[in-house]
Design a protein around this ligand. Structure first.
Ligand SMILES: [Zn+2]
Length: 234
């Protein structure tokens, strides 16, 4: 089904907005709102590539790949509850590279996997990191000259992240050339759900309730996107 086929279900969308204010764990009254949509969902890193490591080599080591996967698996449940079909690039601690290959092949296969599965849009979940610990907050990235609609998807997801989590004041960023997004032809974003280099973000990102809140925000951003809701405060 094309994205245009999603127009015209205002009351359901209103229900989704209301749901954003429910306590974490509440049943989300959005059953069927995404029926017919296929979402490509990529938990960043995995396998040979753990992504950002905090406390490397210590018993309390935190690996970005694990947090990306935990959040993605939660998001899959919500998306499926809303009626979407979800195609994941990985569901375990694996990469898609073959022997002797590296990140280029891994990322290329992830893009091919969701493209071949007929994804209508693509999300890649990552955690950010920066040398200075002060920086924090979730941020959505897109490629400005990438697939049409990516900027709108990024803005709507970012608005919902700000509104639902109240833990970010960042704006979407379309300045960067992002390899995997260049391989995708449908609206595509990378969601950096927070900074593992910041103590508050790091604690939040390991908290199941906060992970669920992030997923609700992303779900509502997608709902608004597929229903062509206008950008701006609801
Ligand atoms: Zn990453």
């Amino acid at each position: 089904m094309s994205l245009a086929g999603w127009l015209g279900t205002g009351p359901l969308l209103a229900a989704a907005f209301e749901a954003s204010w429910l306590p974490t764990g509440s049943a989300v009254p959005v059953a069927g709102i995404l029926t017919g949509l296929t979402v490509g969902l990529d938990p960043g890193h995995g396998g040979f590539d753990p992504g950002v490591l905090v406390g490397k080599g210590t018993p309390g080591q935190i690996r970005e790949c694990d947090i990306n996967l935990a959040i993605s698996l939660r998001l899959r449940v919500l998306l499926e509850r809303a009626g979407a079909r979800v195609v994941m690039s990985r569901t375990g601690d694996v990469d898609l590279a073959q022997k002797g290959e590296g990140s280029v092949e891994d990322l290329t296969r992830r893009a091919e996997l969701v493209t071949d599965a007929g994804a209508d849009l693509f999300l890649s979940i990552h955690c950010n990191s920066f040398p200075q610990a002060v920086w924090r907050g979730s941020q959505t990235f897109y490629t400005a000259d990438g697939p049409p609609g990516s900027d709108l998807l990024a803005w709507l997801v970012q608005e919902e992240l700000a509104r639902v989590t109240r833990e970010t004041d960042r704006s979407p960023d379309g300045r960067q050339e992002l390899f995997i997004l260049k391989k995708i032809t449908v609206p595509a974003v990378i969601i950096e759900v927070g900074f593992l280099s910041n103590p508050r973000d790091r604690a939040l990102l390991q908290n199941p309730d906060y992970q669920q809140l992030l997923c609700l925000a992303i779900l509502f951003g997608i709902c608004r996107f597929v229903h062509h809701a206008p950008v701006g405060p609801a």
